[in-house]
Write a protein that binds this ligand. Structure first.
Ligand SMILES: [Zn+2]
Length: 508
């Protein structure tokens, strides 16, 4: 390969993978020369890049829920190893974006936050209290008075985009009423009020699903794709996919029917076949609810049942770009967080790679000259990567040091994994593929053995502090960005600054 081709290749992302290796040495090139050249090539590319100060027509905000820096590092190594390489020199699609900043994720009330105030920060430009969905921090978590909520509601970037005539969309692997998607269109004191069955009896504020339909009547969100059918179906209705599953609504409303009636040219789909049949050019509004609750983890997803995050992203962009004025789209890899809470790195990393694939899809379908792409996390997890593991050692495996054939042993005579958690359910000796939501006895103490299959999707990494559910982490997360005004992301930033960059980029 010529020098120039190699230079170009070093920034290409292999289609369908969402990642590629950075370092491609010539067969006869000494390792030191290849390292040196790869560093010089990156600087040469950066030196020739210009800052794009144009207005952005479109903004796509990707949120890896719980995707801390250690998750990105481990996922990139897993991608490289699945592609047959050592893994460490791999680059995920969003790691090719030119600008990077750190995001301080604390909320108005929490040192380590939950997803409601962090998502509110990103889409509404202020920090707020725990559990709050696009209302300010003065609102009590039990505030159920609609008038109080209305007084303290904060306008979101999605609402502003609609007011300016742009199209908008929300794509997630969680319930579409879950905190991160909900902050775009709902205003409520408590993230748990997703259906009317979750609301206190005397509440005058509508539940989150009802607020989505109200927003649909008021201004019409063009695309909503994810999970969470139960919140939209009356308790008397049976789920179309699972006969044992009923809707959750006590008010008897079918919010799916109401959503369809709210705007013209609206379609509703709940499975892969219906989703595939949607023609983006002739669809103005699309609601897709693919599971009664959250969608499946990518590691468990059956392609015949549910679309992937990348496929949903592609469909959303296809519909949104019918509007020449532009669009705002949020895409959430929402279950990275859930797998981490379970102490299960395999599913967390596989969902991270699904998000990387969705970013790559968006990069291919949009133009970097008019579309600002942002990739970030709402918060981190207490997920760590360590030990003096040799290059190319399986990222989900036991620590093996350079020059050794056997796993390193700790002072208790047991091996240990490269990946682990500071707290969570991994204190218990969980059988592989056991349900992480089932409560376990506390048999604290290390239990791992050399013949454990640490690569299996159902393996639970060890955890130090015995908690039912692993917790979020409080350290900063990364913001990756490319496109118009992406240079405004720099240094260590407060999380709510993300909204202000989007607003300025769109010229609001
Ligand atoms: Zn979480």
């Amino acid at each position: 390969m010529s020098r120039i081709l190699r230079f170009i290749a070093s920034f290409l992302v292999v289609p369908g993978v969402g990642s590629s290796p950075v370092l491609a040495a010539e067969p006869d090139e000494p390792a030191a020369a290849a390292w040196y050249r790869s560093g010089a090539d990156v600087v040469a590319q950066h030196a020739s890049e210009r800052v794009d100060r144009h207005r952005a027509r479109n903004v796509i905000l990707f949120v890896g829920d719980g995707m801390g820096v250690s998750t990105v590092t481990a996922a990139r190594i897993l991608a490289g190893q699945r592609a047959g390489g050592n893994g460490e020199d791999q680059q995920l699609a969003f790691e090719t974006l030119p600008f990077l900043a750190l995001s301080k994720t604390y909320s108005a009330t929490q040192q380590t936050p939950d997803s409601a105030p962090t998502a509110t920060a990103m889409v509404a430009g202020i920090k707020t209290r725990d559990g709050a969905i696009s209302v300010d921090e003065t609102v009590n978590r039990n505030e159920r008075d609609a008038a109080v909520i209305a007084r303290h509601a904060v306008t979101t970037i999605l609402e502003q985009a609609e007011a300016h005539g742009l199209s908008t969309g929300i794509v997630t692997t969680t319930r579409v009423t879950h905190a991160t998607p909900a902050v775009n269109y709902a205003h409520t004191a408590n993230r748990e009020w997703e259906s009317d069955a979750d609301l206190p009896a005397d509440a005058s504020v509508p539940d989150i699903a009802a607020q989505l339909v109200a927003a649909q009547r008021k201004y019409g969100i063009e695309v909503v794709l994810g999970g969470g059918r139960m919140q939209f179906m009356p308790a008397t209705a049976t789920d179309p996919e699972y006969a044992s599953c009923q809707g959750s609504r006590r008010d008897g409303r079918s919010l799916i029917d109401e959503w369809l009636a709210a705007q013209s040219a609206s379609s509703y789909v709940w499975n892969r076949e219906q989703f595939a049949a949607i023609d983006p050019q002739h669809t103005r509004h699309l609601l897709g609810l693919f599971e009664p609750s959250h969608m499946q983890y990518e590691a468990d997803r059956r392609a015949s049942d549910e679309p992937s995050l990348a496929e949903m992203t592609a469909k959303a962009i296809g519909i949104l770009r019918n509007n020449r004025k532009g669009f705002y789209l949020m895409v959430e890899g929402g279950r990275i967080d859930h797998a981490h809470h379970a102490g299960n790195a395999h599913r967390a990393l596989t969902d991270t790679l699904a998000l990387a694939d969705a970013v790559r899809t968006a990069q291919e379908l949009t133009n970097a000259r008019d579309t600002l792409i942002i990739v970030t996390a709402d918060h981190s997890h207490v997920f760590t990567m360590g030990g003096y593991t040799r290059r190319g050692n399986p990222i989900l495996g036991l620590v093996v040091e350079p020059g050794r054939a056997r796993p390193d042993l700790a002072r208790d005579g047991r091996p240990y994994t490269t990946l682990g958690y500071m707290n969570g359910s991994g204190h218990a000796d969980l059988p592989a593929d056991s349900d992480p939501e089932v409560r376990r006895p506390i048999n604290a103490g290390r239990h791992i053995a050399a013949d454990d299959d640490t690569d299996s999707p159902g393996f639970y990494q060890e955890a130090l502090v015995p908690l039912e559910s692993e917790t979020h982490g409080g350290e900063d997360v990364a913001i990756y960005a490319g496109g118009p005004q992406a240079h405004l992301f720099r240094g260590t930033m407060e999380q709510h600054t993300i909204y202000h960059v989007m607003r300025r980029a769109l010229g609001f």
